[in-house]
Design a protein around this ligand. Sequence first.
Ligand SMILES: *Cc1c(COP(=O)(O)O)cnc(C)c1O
Length: 375
Amino acid sequence: MSERSERQVQAVWPPLRPELAGIEPYGAPQLDVPVQLNVNENPYGPSAECVADIAEAAAEAAVTLNRYPDREFVELRRALAEYLSKDAPVSADMVWAANGSNEVMLQLLQAFGGPGRTAVSFAPTYSMYPEYARDTHTEWVAGAREDDFSLDLDKARALIEEVRPSVVLLPSPNNPTGTALPPEAIGLLCEVVGDRGIVVVDEAYGEFRRAGVPSALESLATWRNLVVTRTMSKAFAGAGLRLGYLAAHPAIVDAIRVVRLPYHLSAVTQAVALAALRHAPELLGKVDELRSERDRTVDWLRGQGHEVAESDANYVLFGRFADRHAVWQGLLDHGVLIREVGPDGWLRVSIGTAAEMDTFKTALVAVLNPRGAES
Ligand SMILES: *Cc1c(COP(=O)(O)O)cnc(C)c1O
């Protein structure tokens, strides 16, 4: 082999799909700093009693680890349906789960997207959506949100009529802006999309919404093309568990079974998720406190003269900074990790404990006004 052709071979090794070459894997920096407010986790871990119950459930599952788990995870689907039924009637055959709602949404794109089909969302929004589209060879179209990050429903309708998507992906509340969808939006989008596609309302942060903001679960009975996704990663204080799920028409759930990997939910995951669900009141017990802390954080940031997006989630997008990276780095130097994400000039802070938020506020003042802090 000549030197030149050898180099050509080198240049394409490993033989990755060309459109993936040079792409950085998704992920926020995982840094070991005292105050971690960057990935919207619940800052409160489980009690000793809850830990013991989870450990016992895992030990019980271990006894039969030589066997494959229940492929249809019937018991877990029943428990998730019961949990969702406090918002709207949901039965077990309307529920599906996977390793995080990210996997649920990828499966939705595998089943309902694909070559020749289009997925639509409205930017700025969750940065994983275009990756699901890329990985399933689905065309990706992003409309734009308004200056206050809300959705102009006339423009949304026009875009959907133009591109006729098979999948519409809409987080409510939206990440990274915190913006919830108004109730009329869901009906309008489901109507315009019709039987040609599905409308996925990603309620990863649904439990944090403010009083009076309805869940899309309430619209399931009206729209058979509506899919509502949830996760145990955020309000449920189970990010390490990797359990996300959806509620939808049973025919949609049935369709996903075609693309799921065999036994995708491990026996340990199923057992641990069931144990965590038994402790739902405790694990969700800090949600009200976190919502109040969020509202206090919004007020405080506004009081400091910052622009702050309305938030129904457990994070707040604020700005604008000429050099947001410098502010992010300055906070990190004070031991506070937040997220450099969203439109240029904005930063996102997750809501932590009251003590963590105090540290964040003190650090932000020091970073933005270094001389004031010294004197
Ligand atoms: C965090 C988050 C999720 C949840 O991801 P998991 O895979 O369930 O941990 C889903 N959607 C959005 C918009 C998120 O921010």
